[in-house]
Design a protein around this ligand. Structure first.
Ligand SMILES: C[S@@+](CC[C@H](N)C(=O)[O-])C[C@H]1O[C@@H](n2cnc3c(N)ncnc32)[C@H](O)[C@@H]1O
Length: 225
C-alpha cells in the first residue's frame, strides 16, 4: 500500500466535498493541484508516467500516431499526452486547472505538445469535430453522475469523421450503485458515446491494482457519422 497516495485520496475527497457543498463541481481540481505545490504525491492520479492500462492497450493494439491529430481531455500533468507524442501523434492536451497546465508545460518542455487551459463544457470552437484520435483517462469518473451524459456528449464532440476515441475508466456493472468518488462507469453509461455516432470497436476489462482494485475498462470507438 502507498500511504502517501492513500492520504492524497482522503484529502481529495475532503476538498471535493467542500466544493460540491457550494454547488461547484469542478473548482476542487484547481484547489487540489494548487495545494500540492508541485508535489505529485499529493495528487492521487499523478504518477509522472503514462497510465498503465492505456499503455497495455496501446502496446497490444500497436498504436501509432503517424502525424494524426490527437486531443487529450482533462490531461492533468500530461503524461498520457507525452505517451501519444512519443508514438508520433500531433498532440493537443487540455485541462480546466491552470496550475495543472503550467505544471504539465514544465514537465514536458522538451516536446511541442500544445497544452491549453480549457473547460470541456466551453471548448475552443475550432476543436469541435477536429481530432483524429481523442483520449480521455479518468476525466468522466470524478464528475457528478447527474452530468454524465453531458460530459460524454462534450468529449464525443471533438471526434472528426472516421476518427478513433479511447476511454480509460474505472468500470462497474450496470446494476451496481456507484458509492463514492470517483464514480465508476457502467456499460449503460458508455452507451451514450454510441448516441453520438461512435461505434464501439473494442472493450477490454483489466484488473485494477493493489491500491485501487476496481476493474478498469479500456473502451475504443470509431466515429462513423
Ligand atoms: C482524475 S483527473 C485525471 C487526470 C489525467 N487524465 C490522468 O489520468 O492523470 C481528472 C482531470 O480532469 C480535469 N477536469 C475536470 N473537469 C474538467 C473540465 N470540465 N474540463 C477540462 N478538464 C477537466 C481535472 O482538472 C483533472 O486534471
Amino acid at each position: 500500500m502507498n500511504d502517501k497516495k492513500d492520504r492524497a485520496r482522503e484529502r481529495t475527497k475532503e476538498i471535493a466535498a467542500e466544493f460540491s457543498k457550494s454547488g461547484d463541481a469542478t473548482g476542487w481540481f484547481e484547489a487540489l493541484y494548487k495545494e500540492a505545490q508541485g508535489n505529485n504525491e499529493s495528487i492521487p492520479w499523478a504518477d509522472l508516467e503514462p497510465n498503465r492500462f492505456l499503455r497495455a492497450w496501446a502496446e497490444k493494439a500497436n498504436l501509432r500516431g503517424n502525424g494524426r491529430k490527437a486531443l487529450v481531455v482533462g490531461c492533468g500533468l500530461g503524461d498520457d499526452a507525452k505517451f501519444l507524442y512519443d508514438l508520433g501523434f500531433d498532440v493537443t492536451a487540455f485541462d480546466i486547472s491552470p496550475t495543472a497546465i503550467e505544471w504539465a508545460k514544465k514537465l514536458h518542455a522538451d516536446t511541442n505538445i500544445k497544452f491549453e487551459t480549457a473547460d470541456l463544457f466551453h471548448p475552443f470552437r475550432g476543436w469541435l469535430g477536429a481530432f483524429d484520435f481523442v483520449l480521455e483517462v479518468y476525466t468522466i469518473q470524478p464528475l457528478p453522475l447527474e452530468t454524465r451524459e453531458k460530459v460524454i456528449d462534450a468529449i464525443a464532440a471533438f471526434a472528426a469523421p472516421e476518427s478513433e476515441l479511447v476511454v480509460v475508466t474505472r468500470g462497474r456493472e450496470d446494476d451496481e450503485e456507484p458509492l463514492e468518488l470517483p464514480w465508476a462507469l457502467s456499460r449503460k453509461d458508455l452507451a451514450r458515446f454510441e448516441m453520438n455516432g461512435l461505434e464501439q470497436t473494442g472493450f477490454e476489462i483489466m484488473p485494477g491494482d493493489e491500491d485501487t482494485p476496481a476493474d478498469r475498462f479500456v473502451v475504443q470507438y470509431k466515429k462513423t457519422k
